[in-house]
Write a protein that binds this ligand. Structure first.
Ligand code: FE2
Length: 186
């Protein structure tokens, strides 16, 4: 049963669009061009509201099940729970750095750039590790009953940025992603 992994992979492809949007803003910041703080706010708010509250907890359940069933299958992968805690810390650091700039608190531009690029690369590295190592290991080792148990442990929720789309805090980010997608396929 691959429903859980398919859903996690689909989250990753959406998160990648969001990270790409962030990277475009960081490039503007690096070049001294204006930055859209509504987009940055959307990225931060999304990470706090969906990956931290749903996507990562679901992966943690898969991780725990895999550890129980076949710990050898996890050789080479990182401890997912630790990785998710580290990502949550990166998100909070990034959020604090952006707040500092928004509130005109004196801060070295370089330190904001460093925190933002650490956040971005930690997320990208983590997604790649899961796609290349963790998901295939789970798919090889877990049985249909494991997937049913996992799916029963966490109720699915709608993605607030790409599916529910009711919260205006995501508007600027969503529009930016759609505009970029349209320009890329034109
Ligand atoms: Fe993930």
């Amino acid at each position: 049963m691959a429903g859980v992994i398919e859903s996690l992979r689909s989250d990753h492809s959406r998160m990648t669009k969001l990270l790409d949007a962030l990277e475009r803003q960081l490039s503007s910041f690096d070049e001294g061009k204006p930055v859209d703080f509504d987009i940055l706010d959307g990225v931060i708010y999304y990470c706090l509201s969906y990956p931290d509250l749903h996507h990562h907890p679901l992966e943690d359940l898969v991780f725990d099940r895999l550890k129980l069933r076949n710990p050898e299958a996890l050789a080479g992968t990182k401890d997912l729970r630790e990785e998710h805690e580290a990502l949550a810390i990166h998100t909070r650091r990034f959020a604090a750095a952006i707040r500092t700039v928004q509130q005109d608190i004196p801060v070295e531009r370089k330190s904001v750039q460093e925190v933002a690029s650490e956040f971005l690369s930690a997320y990208r590295r983590h997604i790649m590790m899961e796609e290349k190592l963790f998901f295939p290991a789970a798919q090889r080792s877990l049985k249909p009953e494991d997937w049913s148990t996992i799916a029963g442990q966490l109720k699915p929720i709608e993605d607030p940025l790409f599916e529910r789309r009711e919260d205006e805090r995501f508007s600027a980010l969503y529009e930016d992603i759609i505009a970029w997608d349209q320009a890329s396929t034109a």
